[in-house]
Design a protein around this ligand. Structure first.
Ligand code: SF4
Length: 450
């Protein structure tokens, strides 16, 4: 299964008014990857990791870092995932396997083949040069994946692709079931004990990195980096709060464009300046009544991981219908979303807590609480569920959330199929017809209420 088997795409009129400040983030991310591609030449050791944002620890350990999901998402956003996925398929990975992991494992296969100077029958030398040979081979693997068994095994499979010769460190995350009497979001014995359990493993990781790199860990660097990240996260939260205004000054798609900077760029003043400019542009729009989509008519919550092949297309599609897509589990409840938890003098506990707060690591009780809270606060008319075909971790609870939103808040919802990094799963006709039907239903409800 490849990205070349796309369904026909209906052209849409562009009624978006995307933030201009997020473009700077795109350049920062492009510079970051260019820097990583040449890290080996600058004598850096390189870690491949997955899951929660361990980059401040790698920054303080003096190693360069490659976040597997981020690299897969970047390739998909650029339409370059095909060769890696073909290499993965040729190696034996099934098309139903998570397309993030399939892409990145394909890169691992290509990297190994590139090192050995072998060309496969499917993936030509040009593609290898474009993709895998630009991604430097790892010196270490670190897995930090919460809430998804695929994610937790992903680096172990990469470890096998590299003939078990690259050291690996796995962090174990308890799933937050939330079903004890005192359990709740950010509270209860389960939350406290899981937080300390993960924090202790971060200490072990730091010791492991010191052994493997031969360098002492720079604790001052970690505190400094987390000070910048905390400030950037606070500005991001302020911006998200401002988007509750009517009309919404910016949308889910703007925040999707701002994910990479908060997820894996180094903690520094440039990161803070970036989120300051995003927040200030949104404030300016609120002050002037400027909206993120032309003639906002509907407000919608989006649940599901991003379909990276379709980011621009989907933003235009919803705007064409006058739909402002606002909050979503993937932006509102992920990526350093609770900066008040971070003690910059002693940041490990707050970092561990954020890793546990991965939006696939909660039982339904907490997910229900977060979804209903955000739907009410952003005053949405409906929910669009991206039924992310190869990501069961995200899609698992979606039917329960849809039913709860209907029963508790009277909010309708639709489902459409797509995927994180495999465009062939996207079904344009299904989204278009279901979205139109939901919006018609909202119109009828409004007419009856008036
Ligand atoms: S299945 Fe979903 S949560 Fe799991 S590794 Fe893939 S994208 Fe991440």
């Amino acid at each position: 299964m490849t990205a070349t088997l796309n369904t026909p795409v209906t052209p849409v009129t562009d009624r978006t008014n995307r933030l201009t400040s997020t473009k700077k983030g795109g350049q920062m991310v492009a510079d970051y990857w260019e820097d990583l591609f040449t890290a080996r030449e600058r004598g850096k050791q390189i870690v491949w990791y997955n899951g929660g944002a361990l980059n401040p620890i790698f920054q303080a350990a003096g190693v360069a870092w490659c976040h597997g999901e981020a690299f897969a998402a970047r390739l998909a956003a650029q339409g370059l995932e095909g060769p890696a996925q073909l290499a993965g398929a040729e190696h034996g990975y099934n098309a139903e396997l998570c397309s993030y992991s399939r892409t990145h494992l394909g890169c691992a296969v290509l990297t190994v083949q590139g090192d050995e100077g072998i060309n496969t029958g499917v993936v030509g030398a040009h593609d290898q040069a474009e993709l895998a040979s630009r991604l430097p081979a790892p010196d270490f693997f670190v897995n930090n994946y919460a809430g998804c068994s695929t994610g937790q095994q992903w680096d172990e499979i990469s470890y096998r692709v590299f003939d078990k010769e690259v050291p690996i460190f796995n962090i174990s995350h308890p799933f937050l079931w939330g079903n004890k009497p005192d359990s709740g979001y950010l509270k209860g014995e389960e939350w406290e004990s899981a937080s300390h359990y993960v924090r202790d493993q971060l200490l072990d990781l730091i010791t492991w990195l010191e052994e493997k790199t031969g360098n002492p860990f720079d604790w001052d660097m970690l505190r400094e980096s987390m000070t910048y990240i905390k400030k950037a996260a606070e500005l991001r939260r302020e911006g998200l709060e401002l988007c509750k205004a009517k009309p919404a000054p910016a949308t889910f798609w703007d925040w999707i464009s701002a994910i990479a900077p908060i997820n894996f760029l180094p903690g520094n003043q440039e990161l803070v300046d970036y989120f300051q400019s995003v927040r200030d542009e949104i404030q300016d729009r609120v002050d002037k009544g400027i909206s993120g989509v032309e003639n906002e008519k509907y407000r919608v919550y989006f649940d599901g991981i991003m379909n990276w092949n379709k980011l621009g297309f989907l933003s235009r599609k919803f705007a064409e219908h006058g739909v402002a897509v606002l909050a979503g589990r993937y932006i509102t409840n992920a990526f350093w979303q609770e900066p008040q938890l971070i003690d910059t003098e002693d940041p490990l506990l707050g970092m561990a807590q954020h890793y546990l707060l991965c939006p696939t690591n909660h039982g339904t009780k907490t997910l229900d609480y977060l979804t209903l809270r955000d739907c009410e606060e952003y005053d949405v008319d409906g929910i669009v569920f991206h039924s992310t075909r190869t990501c069961r971790a995200f899609t698992g609870p979606q039917r329960l959330l849809a039913r709860s939103a209907q029963n508790n808040l009277g909010i309708p919802s639709i489902f459409f199929e797509g995927d994180v990094a495999d465009a062939s799963f996207y079904k344009e006709e299904i989204l278009e017809s279901r979205l139109a039907a939901m919006l018609e239903g909202i119109d009828v409800k409004r007419t009856q209420a008036s």
